[in-house]
Structure formats: structure tokens, C-alpha cells
Write a protein of this length. Sequence first.
Length: 309
Amino acid sequence: MSIAERSVFEIELSLDDDLLAVFENFQTIWMNYPNSEVPIRTISFEEIITKYNKPEKIKSGKISIKKKAVYFMAFLMVFCLGFYFIGMTPSGYTNHKIALKGQRLTFKLPDSSTVILNSGSEVKYSSDFSTQRAIWLQGEAFFKVTKNTNSPFIVHTNGFDVKVLGTEFNVSSNAIDQTVSLAKGKVNVLLKESKDEINLLPNEELVWNSKTKLVIKRNFDVNKVSAWKDNILILDDEKFEDALPKINQFYGVNFIIKDADAAIANQHIKGAFKNLTIDEFITSLEFISGVSITKTIQNNIEISKYHEN
């Protein structure tokens, strides 16, 4: 609607009580939906079309400003209400928590369950969480779930859903190998693509490869898998090239191997780094691995062979 048409429409609003009633009705719905406590007499879309689709005496070749405005408002309301309900799907939960790069974020849900988000991870959950305990995760998180036998707690990811009643477990969904690692209690994992359901007991871990679709169920070390939540980075005799994604996520930086040096890429590193700043970590890594690490102007941290001066 142009500025001129809007001006004409506002004049017509002041002269036409029926049109004003329709406008105010839609305005009230817009301002109060979905939590309105105001009793509203909602006029249907069909009523509007029937009422304002009657023949009018207008100049040839021109469309009634009144009719255009009502069509526009009716369409806008239908569109917006439809968009609201689409927004309530799992991808549009109303509450959103994000752990910044290099940060571990701890918070409580409305049911008193605790969530610890790893660096660069995020969760979403709806405002009616107390009645429907569902949460969507991208990245990695550790959950301490308050037990409620009448309301299962469900973690949704792109590859699987994890259903529990009350337990402690770790979920990682930000790599090719996605994992559910159970510390206490019992969980049920539903693989979305195959529809397979797998139960886990304490100290059991499910690994799902998002490329090959291969599923592995195995025992694991709880302390190692969940060490990140206590601000501890554990590198367990891993190749440099395999450890870099974990290091980069933990510190929110971008380590790279200069010139893709194969000798460095295949070099194994081992250690537990607790509460270290990025500079302290770099110093420790240089000492235990015998490499040289340099920050570049491209905001990368470059790993190269150590050369004595």
C-alpha cells in the first residue's frame, strides 16, 4: 500500500464504522496473540471477502482503496498466524542459549535440569518446557536431568533423538562421529534415518557416523569424555591432525599445520590441560611436542617445525 493509498484508507476508516471495526479486530488479535486474555470476536477470512466483494460504484480502471486494504490486512493476518505456528516447530523454539567460542556455558532449565554447553554450541527449547521437556541441540552439551517419570526429557539433534527420564549424559553432534555417552541412569537413542532404537546403560557410549551411517556401541571413560565441562582439555595420545578440531573448539581459535607438514600431522600428543589460557596452552604444547607455534595476521595459530636460532 502506497503512502497516498494509506492516507485515503485512514480517511475511510474515520467515515466507515464497519471497516473500522474490522481493522480494530485484526489490530487487537495482532497485539495479543498468542497469549491474549482479551475476548475477541474473530471475523473469518470468508466473511471479509463476502462483505467487501460486493459491486461498488467506482471509476473505471481503479480498484477500491477500501477493498485493497481489507484484502491486505486479511492476508497479512493469515500469513503471520501461519508463520507463528511454523515457528513452533523444533527449528524455531522460543528460548535460545549459545556458548561463545572458547566458552563453557552452564544454566538451568525450567524443570531444574542442568545443561553445560561446550564452546560454539547452542540449544533451543520452547516456553512450555515444564509440560513438554524437549530441547534441540547443535554442538556438544552435558545434561544433568531432573527425574520426572510422567514427562520424558528428549534431546533432538539432526541425526538422532535421546530420550531419558532422569540421568546424566553427554551428547556431541558437531562432528562426523556423533556420540551419546551415558554417565548415570538409562537412555534410549532413536536414529532418525533408520528408525532403530538403542538403549544405553552407565559407561556405555553410542557412536553414529553421519557419513557411513555405521553405529558402534562401546564402553568409554566418563572422566575423559566429559572433562571439557570442568575446563579440562584432554589429548589422549592423538595425532596432531586429529586433535586440532578438539583444540579449536575448546579454545575457539583456529590452529593450522604450516604447509600441511605430514611429519607434524602424524605426530602424537598426549596431556591434560586444566584451566589454561590460550597463551599458557601454546607454551605447554610447544614444550611437550617440540614444535613452534605462531599467531598469524589472519587470526590463525600456525604450527611448524621448531628451528633453533
